[in-house]
Design a binder for this molecule. Sequence first.
Ligand code: HEC
Length: 109
Amino acid sequence: MKSSHRLLALAAAFATLTAFGADAATNWTDQCAKCHGADGKGETKMGKKLGILDLTDAKVQASFTDEAAFKAVKEGIKDKNDKVTMKPIEGLTDDEIKALIPVVRALKK
Ligand code: HEC
């Protein structure tokens, strides 16, 4: 059964993420992965379209502060032409956003 490998890989990934609490991991999967990819590499359709940076890259991780990450989720991001690329993520409390920061940081390889 080939699919059992996939399941095992998924279970392993989930076990890593749940170290931060199931809610934060679920929020990443539900609210962020469609653009950033579950692994943070941004290799999604949206990610390619929007030119999303690779969050597994240490240089990318170093390029923003925790505060900037918080602000990105809460207020969104605009590019240099003032075009919104990442919309503010709705429906997350400040605490839920804060809980996502370690999830984002842990994407670093
Ligand atoms: C609509 C697509 C989209 C969604 C959904 C999305 N992002 Fe983003 N995100 C972007 C784009 C575009 C950028 C800007 C390019 C980059 O830095 O990769 C970005 C940048 C970031 C950055 C870097 C901030 C900086 O100052 O450079 C962080 C951290 C981030 N996103 C976290 C998240 C988190 C956490 C979620 C879920 C709560 C999320 N994103 C959901 C598109 C998205």
